[in-house]
Design a protein around this ligand. Structure first.
Ligand SMILES: NC(=O)c1ccc[n+]([C@@H]2O[C@H](COP(=O)([O-])OP(=O)(O)OC[C@H]3O[C@@H](n4cnc5c(N)ncnc54)[C@H](OP(=O)(O)O)[C@@H]3O)[C@@H](O)[C@H]2O)c1
Length: 327
């Protein structure tokens, strides 16, 4: 598994990390036993980077990771958590007092005195340009509650704003073969500034596995029911913001670009990892088997001109007009 330095954290992380929203079981049915099996399979396959949030399962995802870290203290795992979505999304809630309370809760959940990396969890846009907010985050570092901070963003302009701030260690943003906008400005700016890029939703919510058909149904509590018709651009961030049927057609074309000997999932992850400026992808594996398959992408060099050009072509025909101006 290839390792890269995660921006200003200076920490070495695997290019394939693990997203753990699904382990919170806010949607879908993941038992604690299954969740631990996903963590174990990931680590056994070379993953040493987990992404979580205080809101996933209202702390369940963090707590499961915390117990895993306690049982496996010497694995050198970096955990990125997030804060700020357990309150109303008002600029005034992003205060030092709240940051202290939120990080104290995550420190308990994760069983860590000092958190490796805390990301603002897609707060209101004005928060990214607030000097007081960055001062408060610097205070958390000086108090020893956190080692580093970063941001998770919905919009590319939010990423560019955060990258300008001197101590932003990392930016988490949607980037996959069907969401190319970060390639325009965000990746070059992050690289120039030494800011890490954590590419989330790298499989376009599973579309880029190539396994769905237009008839695929998701369980009733699955968040992917919310944007099936494409009307909820960023709700659950599903399917790259287009309707499911369009996404399935695009995914079938993507599958046709995949080199022999590699799965569609692995080609999709390897494509993201190959983009200049990306540090790591954080696919959401729902089983140990998925975790192992995803981790294998961290050692693949499969992105030739055919795949690279094909991704651009699919994006231009199915996605650019519908989503490029929207974020
Ligand atoms: N605002 C934010 O900061 C934010 C928002 C969203 C996500 N995130 C982070 O990003 C992570 C990933 O997002 P995501 O889970 O929504 O999207 P994703 O990683 O693009 O897609 C995950 C889905 O892909 C399928 N999948 C994964 N590995 C597979 C494999 N090896 N083979 C076949 N299918 C596979 C699974 O679908 P099935 O369930 O159909 O098997 C899984 O539910 C989250 O866990 C979270 O850490 C952050």
């Amino acid at each position: 598994m290839e390792q890269r330095i995660l921006g200003k954290t200076g920490r070495s992380v695997s290019t394939v990390g693990l997203g753990t929203w699904q382990l919170g079981a806010d949607w879908g049915d993941v038992t604690e036993e299954d969740a631990v099996a996903v963590l174990e399979a990931s680590v056994d396959a070379g993953v040493n980077f987990f992404d979580t949030a205080d809101v996933y399962g209202d702390g369940r995802s963090e707590q499961i990771i915390g117990r895993f870290l306690r049982a496996n203290p010497d694995l050198g795992i970096t955990v990125a958590t997030k804060m700020g979505r357990r309150v109303d999304q008002l600029h005034g809630n992003y205060t030092l007092d709240n940051f202290r309370a939120w990080t104290d809760r995550s420190r308990r959940n994760l069983q860590q005195d000092t958190l490796d990396l805390v990301q603002l969890h897609c707060p209101p846009t004005s928060v990214y340009s607030s000097a007081e907010v960055y001062d408060a985050l610097d205070t958390l570092v000086s108090e020893g509650a956190i080692r580093n901070y970063g941001v998770s963003v919905e919009r590319t302009d939010e990423a560019l704003e955060a990258i300008k701030r001197g101590n932003t260690a990392s930016v988490q943003i949607i980037l996959n073969a069907f969401r190319l906008k970060p390639l325009d400005e965000v990746l070059p700016a992050a690289k120039e500034a030494g800011v890490g890029i954590i590419a989330r939703v790298p499989l376009a919510s599973g579309l880029l596995s190539g396994k769905y058909t237009a008839a695929t149904e998701f369980p009733a509590d699955d968040h992917r029911n919310y944007n099936r018709d494409g009307s909820s651009f960023d709700v659950g961030e599903t399917f790259s913001g287009v309707d499911f049927a369009t996404g399935v057609k695009a995914a079938q074309e993507f599958s046709g670009l995949v080199p022999d000997g590699v799965t569609t999932v692995q080609a999709a992850l390897a494509w993201v990892i190959a983009q200049d400026g990306v540090t790591a992808v954080i696919p959401g594996a729902r089983s140990a088997e998925q975790a192992r398959a995803n981790a294998e992408a961290g050692g693949l060099q499969v992105v030739g001109a055919g795949l690279a050009d094909g991704v651009r072509d699919i994006y231009d025909r199915y996605f650019r007009e519908a989503i490029h101006p929207r974020w």
